[in-house]
Design a protein around this ligand. Structure first.
Ligand SMILES: *[C@@H]1O[C@H](CO)[C@@H](O)[C@H](O)[C@H]1NC(C)=O
Ligand SMILES: *[C@@H]1O[C@H](CO)[C@@H](O)[C@H](O)[C@H]1NC(C)=O
Ligand SMILES: *[C@@H]1O[C@H](CO)[C@@H](O)[C@H](O)[C@H]1NC(C)=O
Length: 476
């Protein structure tokens, strides 16, 4: 090849590169414009929120999350360490073995600490570690706080010590405490690429230790009943029941049947017109989920859950078994199909239960989108506003910022979706002037909002509860 040929081919290469780059830039700019349109569209829908101050009772429980850097709490020079899994943790060595096992896989883990004095020592050491911080957690407490910020008057069932009760806004009436020893969740965080001893973490994650006593026993139940009746809430939120999942009670008997019956009795203490909302969560024990299916679901007007929990409930209703993990980024069509099928199945099966309620609302939150299905003739208001609010709350919570910044955000959804996997070619197009499409299918109305995903996560725990509570508050 001569010199001029080489110049020509270099020139060609340069031209090709420029063309490719401009195509890339055009795609990038179009995407950017779409992202900004979606965010602005959602905010304008959210602004249509009609603010009222309904009364909301929220059960059950609270915990305090104590965050600490794993490497600051655990010594890294442990000898003869063999990373391995333990079902529960009884001494320091088991903790190091278990921590190193999950750490080297970058896998999330949550372990019960069977030795309370060990747990208390770890908590005090974590409190003394610079940078550690306490945050109120637990589904009921997080939902209660969110609904308070949305203008609701809130009664919360939770057992907390005086020290942590102070972190709950004083306008919220807390029933069930105080206690002297909180249910603390000790959250050992680590970053991607971090090393501990001779191990390194492939991704950021956390290892959680707990020694819960009050939450699995729903200790606030008794005191709550007395106030609930007089409070006459507009909505009664039932949540936090998964803290009983796989718990080993030292009472020598399974308390869960009694607890669930106690909760069902409380559902009957509020006026029949009070809407019951049940917030699902992660259940792995078929026995417990079956109790929930019998004692709680038939008496619920509304259900909230994420895509994993939807698949789990769907599997229980359709096949009678639990499903522990499922696709974490499902298509809209497949989520809507599962929603349709459990919505009608729950309504059908509840009919044979004395004093049952009729399910009229189902909210499923996923990373990529929010979907709300309501009975068109039910009093649930503003589903489009609720879906927009849910999407923005997800971003705001994870980015820990009230402002939605397009530079920190991304969309996971295409600009159109199909309503069902079973045939039908009509796709719903997401247009800037109609950011939250809603449509009617016979007796139900469905609204879908594009999810705005925070690219720089500051906090993830409690996201689902904030999202569900924000959307619910809008609809009362
Ligand atoms: C429980 O933990 C304490 C404090 O670390 C320890 O002294 C004790 O041996 C542990 N108990 C058992 C049964 O391992
Ligand atoms: C549940 O049962 C269905 C139908 O028998 C089966 O296809 C599915 O794999 C089961 N799921 C689990 C998690 O066992
Ligand atoms: C979600 O709830 C937690 C606990 O109440 C709170 O700290 C956090 O700010 C909430 N997030 C949003 C977006 O409101």
């Amino acid at each position: 090849m001569g010199l001029s040929d080489r110049i020509i081919s270099l020139g060609t290469l340069f031209t090709v590169a420029c063309v490719l780059f401009s195509i890339y830039m055009r795609d990038y700019n179009e995407l950017d414009a779409r992202l900004i349109n979606v965010i602005n569209g959602l905010i304008s829908v959210e602004e249509q929120q009609v603010r009222l101050s309904p009364k909301v009772a929220v059960g059950y429980g609270a915990c305090v999350d104590l965050f600490v850097d794993g490497k600051d709490l655990l010594p890294s020079d442990v000898e003869n360490l063999r990373p391995r899994h333990h079902d529960f943790i009884n001494d320091y060595f088991q903790l190091y073995e278990s921590y190193s096992y999950y750490f080297q896989h970058g896998a999330a883990a949550e372990r019960f600490t069977s030795n309370s004095s060990l747990f208390d020592e770890l908590v005090s050491a974590a409190e003394r570690t610079p940078g550690s911080r306490y945050v109120i957690g637990g589904n009921a407490a997080v939902m209660a706080i969110r609904m308070h910020y949305e203008g609701c008057r809130v009664l919360l069932a939770a057992t907390l010590s005086d020290r942590h009760l102070k972190s709950i806004p004083e306008e919220i009436t807390v029933v069930g405490g105080p206690i002297t020893r909180d249910d603390v969740h000790l959250i050992l965080e680590y970053k991607a690429g971090e090393t501990w001893g001779s191990y390194s973490a492939p991704r950021a994650n956390r290892y959680i230790l707990h020694n819960d006593y009050y939450n699995p026993r729903v200790k606030s139940l008794h005191d709550f009943g007395a106030q609930l009746k007089a409070f006459r809430p507009d909505v009664f939120v039932v949540s936090g029941l998964q803290l009983m999942d796989n718990y080993i009670y030292d009472e020598k008997r399974d308390l869960r049947i009694e607890i669930l019956q106690g909760i069902r009795d409380q559902i009957f203490m509020v006026p029949r017109s009070t809407k019951i909302h049940f917030e699902m969560a992660s259940y792995t024990e078929e026995k417990l989920l079956n109790l929930v299916k019998e004692d709680i679901v038939p008496f619920s007007d509304s259900l909230g859950m994420n895509e994993q929990e939807l698949a789990n409930l769907h599997s229980l209703y359709m096949y009678g078994n639990v499903s522990v993990v499922t696709d974490s980024t499902p298509r809209v069509a497949s989520v809507l199909d599962e929603m349709r099928s459990i919505f009608w199945e729950i309504r059908r099966t509840s009919k044979s239960v004395p004093d049952h309620k009729t399910l009229t609302r189902l909210h499923v939150h996923t990373l990529a989108f929010q979907a709300i299905m309501t009975d068109t003739h039910s009093p649930w208001k503003q589903s489009d506003v609720a879906a927009a609010k849910a999407s923005l709350t997800a971003y705001r919570h994870v980015c820990a910022s009230p402002e939605v910044d397009a530079n920190q955000a991304k969309l996971l959804m295409d600009d159109s979706f199909s309503r069902s996997l079973n045939g039908g070619t009509d796709r719903v197009v997401l247009e800037p002037e109609r950011p939250v499409p809603c449509w009617q299918e016979g007796q139900v109305t469905i609204c879908v909002a594009t999810g705005v995903v925070c690219r720089n996560a500051q906090q993830t725990a409690g996201g689902g509860d904030n999202i569900s509570a924000a959307a619910l508050a809008v609809q009362i």
